[in-house]
Design a protein around this ligand. Structure first.
Ligand code: SF4
Ligand code: SF4
Length: 407
């Protein structure tokens, strides 16, 4: 998909030289930690982590974070990130590190944190290994979980298999029911593939019937080395249509149900920094920490060439100001000709470098899902903007009334 239409770097951050960037280095505001690297107990056929050519660790045995690395990670990051520390765990399947590993983590956070420090923990899981013991930890320390579930049984089991090649839906639902029984907060991560992208209504109803009120849809876009899409990859038109239909279903229930994409859009329209990095100006809000302490700028680019350092050898300020981090962050600011004249540029921020790079291995290409964004922005921005303005006006009136209060 190399279009050759990229302009030189012109974006806001692109105007910044490395020296001036270094003078005001963007802080690392959260960590995505992989305690067992990409190791997983399942074998989903669309998983991009499994057997990835560029994975620097794929042939290594015993991929599990040691207690020493965990201790160093918690101690140094709590110091660096004061007053707010965000730890998110992902894999592979992070629960394979074992409950004791995470109990130790919480103990270290309590020991190393300072008074007044806010610490939050999140974990993305396939939910097949969850039991009562896990729920006690998650509930007692207010963890937020993301559970991977692609819809009803026949949809989910099309690609999400265990190592024996059997569907995993029943095990996931068992995990979801245990989480619900024990009042653990969770949302659903639903991968949009050829199995479900044409079924927005069915998915929406299914998650509602499960009692889930917070869903994140993740579009699948994996390509062969020659740039042709893999069979489960969805087209930009399919993703755009899906989002538009979900928006129609969601709009009457917008105060009760959360859809991550629309949340992020509303945040951008309210002038806030959206939760999703794809709507940020540059790629530098979080870093990935691998099981051995190696650090990378993004989960999609855990590759030798993008390694930023190692927490056992480097301090967080050193890692934060590495030239590679600056270079990676600027990939997002390369302006494609299409973006330079796009009415949605201030919201979309040129899309995600992963989707720019995936088909043609070129960061200068247009985001593969550009067409989808244009479809959903044309439909959703108008009504969402009015809604956001109404809410902001109400908030201001309330603040004004409070100021005027004699008390
Ligand atoms: S490449 Fe995409 S996912 Fe990675 S940090 Fe940038 S915007 Fe986020
Ligand atoms: S919608 Fe497409 S053209 Fe517009 S800013 Fe996003 S990626 Fe660029």
């Amino acid at each position: 998909m190399g279009t050759g239409n990229a302009l030189p770097i012109l974006g806001q951050a692109g105007d910044v030289s490395y020296d001036s960037w270094r003078a005001g280095v963007p802080r690392i505001t959260s960590l995505l930690i992989k305690p067992v690297s990409a190791v997983c107990n399942l074998d989903c056929s669309y998983c991009f982590y499994l057997d990835r050519e560029a994975d620097p660790y794929k042939t290594l045995p015993d991929r599990r974070m040691s207690e020493e690395t965990l201790e160093r990670l918690v101690d140094t990051y709590l110091f660096y990130s004061y007053p707010n520390a965000v730890f998110a765990f992902q894999g592979g399947e992070p629960t394979l590190a074992g409950l004791k590993f995470f109990e130790k983590l919480v103990e270290l956070q309590q020991r190393c944190g300072r008074n007044g420090q806010a610490v939050s923990n999140a974990l993305q899981t396939n939910a097949t290994l969850i039991d009562e013991g896990w729920c006690d930890l998650f509930r007692d320390y207010n963890w937020l979980l993301g559970v991977s579930l692609d819809g009803p049984e026949e949809i989910h089991d099309r690609y999400r298999f265990n190592k024996a090649g059997r569907g995993t839906w029943k095990q996931v639902i068992r995990g979801v029911e245990i989480l619900q029984k024990h009042d653990v907060e969770f949302n659903i991560l639903c991968v949009l593939s050829q199995a479900n992208v044409e079924k927005p209504r069915e998915l929406y109803r299914f998650f509602k019937s499960l009692g889930v009120d917070n869903v994140q849809y993740i579009p699948l876009s994996e390509f062969h080395p020659d740039g042709t899409p893999m069979p489960f990859t969805i087209t930009p038109e399919q993703y755009g249509r899906f989002l538009c239909e979900i928006f129609e279903l969601w709009w009457p229930e917008r105060r009760k149900i959360r859809i991550r994409f629309f949340d992020n859009l509303a945040e951008a329209l309210a002038g806030m920094k959206p939760g999703s990095c794809t709507m940020h100006e540059t790629c530098d809000s979080y870093v990935v920490v691998e099981y051995n302490g190696d650090v990378y700028p993004c989960d999609f680019f855990v590759e030798k060439g993008w390694k930023l350092g190692n927490i056992n050898l480097d301090s967080w300020p050193e890692i934060a100001r590495r030239k590679r981090r600056y270079e990676f962050s600027l990939n997002k600011t390369i302006v494609h000709e299409e973006c330079s004249r796009c009415e949605w540029l201030t919201i979309c921020k040129r899309g995600c470098p992963k989707f720019r790079h995936a088909p043609g291995r070129n960061f200068s290409d247009l985001d593969y899902f550009c067409r989808s964004y244009k479809m959903i922005y044309a439909k959703a921005v108008g009504p969402l903007k009015k809604e956001v303005e109404k809410l902001l006006a109400r908030e201001q009136a309330f603040a004004g009334a409070m100021q005027g209060s004699p008390y």
